[in-house]
Design a protein around this ligand. Sequence first.
Ligand SMILES: [Zn+2]
Length: 146
Amino acid sequence: MAKTIKNKKTEHTAACVSCGMLINESQQKIINHKHYCKYCAPEIQEILKPPTSAALPLFVAPVGVLRVLTYIVCIFSPLIGFVLGMLYISQADQENKKFGKKCFIFMGIGIAFWGIVFIVNAFFDLMLLGSKAAGMFGFKIGEGYY
Ligand SMILES: [Zn+2]
């Protein structure tokens, strides 16, 4: 039967593999080397289309103990906190965005923490320098080094 139609209407070059409708050259859509009519082609394309990155989060925010550990890492290494924060805050996923924000918060805590450590360290350095200077003037502090 298809043969007779083909002979009568030569412009029909293929049949849709999905619905079997005869299609001419201007209407046919070739997807994965298969012919589809203009009605079936959009459906097939929708099925074959790879999922968009926005719909599927690339990174999943850690949960439970791992999440707490990540926050601790953010405090001790603000740079890691910054990188993680940037990574997660750019995600479309709401849970990831929240996690990214928290990474930034803990990064802030980390920076404050290291700032205090730095100041305290500098303070003790000054004290040590002071005591060394004092040692030069005859005081007995830091005697073991000499
Ligand atoms: Zn079709």
